[in-house]
Ligand binder design. Structure first.
Ligand code: ZN
Length: 255
């Protein structure tokens, strides 16, 4: 079945399941690849979102000077389009493994909220979230609801300042809490499962490298080899995230 395409030998999946069962503290580290099967294209690459939209809308200076223009595009991509996406079996498999105490935390580079929609509770959003907006003037945070975007740009109810999505724009720093929690896991988790991430976006890409240097076992699930394969990856599983993670989950929970 094309949808569950796994080109790695089944013994590799079995080995992954065994390693995960043996590990004491397991982290899933996810990137754009896990959401592709939910209909969300990656940002980069020939079919990526940035081939259709101008990334300048996420430049802080441009945003502050052209909030209405920026927000039109931000609404279209991150709220209208992403808002329609639903979790896929890969998100659900991770959520179930967390529920059963197998996975401790998910560190995601995605801002699509699909892990939470699938039921995951311990999600560290390394690049922030689209589900809250923050006032650039007074810092007030407001939970997202569609009414906020009825007229653009959205304004703060306290001070009428401009509201910005609470995910990071180009050049902005990683949210403090997400950063420190992630760094903690690079020295405390003994197994990392990398899913749908190719290791191109700094500083997120360094987290698994640091974890590996600290002795963590690295399992990588990707449709193609990445920067990690052949460097820090201990076990590479070539295949779609949904098929691979569903198989691993079955082996761990149903045996
Ligand atoms: Zn405000």
């Amino acid at each position: 079945m094309a949808n569950n395409l796994i080109t790695s030998d089944y013994s590799v999946i079995k080995k992954a399941a065994e390693k995960i069962k043996e590990a004491e503290r397991v982290i899933a580290f996810t990137g754009a690849g896990i959401s592709v099967e939910s209909g969300i294209p990656p940002f980069r690459g020939p079919d990526g979102l940035w081939s259709r939209y101008d990334p300048v809308v996420l430049d802080m200076n441009y945003f502050l000077n052209n909030p209405e223009d920026s927000w039109k595009v931000i609404k279209e991509i991150f709220y209208d389009f992403f808002g329609k996406a639903a979790p896929n079996p890969a998100h659900y498999a991770l959520a179930e493994l967390e529920k059963e105490g197998i996975i401790k935390n998910i560190i995601t580079q995605n801002i699509d909220n699909l892990h939470q929609q699938a039921g995951s509770r311990n999600v560290i959003e390394f690049h922030g979230t689209s589900r809250t907006l923050a006032c650039v003037n007074c810092g007030k945070k407001i939970s997202f609801h569609e009414g906020l975007l009825e007229s653009l740009p959205p304004r703060c109810s306290e001070c009428t300042g401009l509201l910005k999505p609470d995910f990071i724009f180009f050049g902005e720093g990683i949210p403090h809490q997400a950063y420190s929690s992630s760094i903690f896991e690079t020295s405390n988790a003994d197994l990392w499962i990398l899913v749908g991430t190719t290791g191109e976006i700094m500083p997120a890409s360094m987290l698994p490298v640091n974890a590996s240097e600290n002795g963590a076992y690295i399992i990588e699930v990707n449709i193609n080899e990445s920067n990690y394969t052949g460097s820090i990856t201990d076990l590479f599983i070539k295949g779609k995230a949904s098929g691979v993670l569903s198989s691993i989950k079955k082996l761990i929970l149903e045996e």
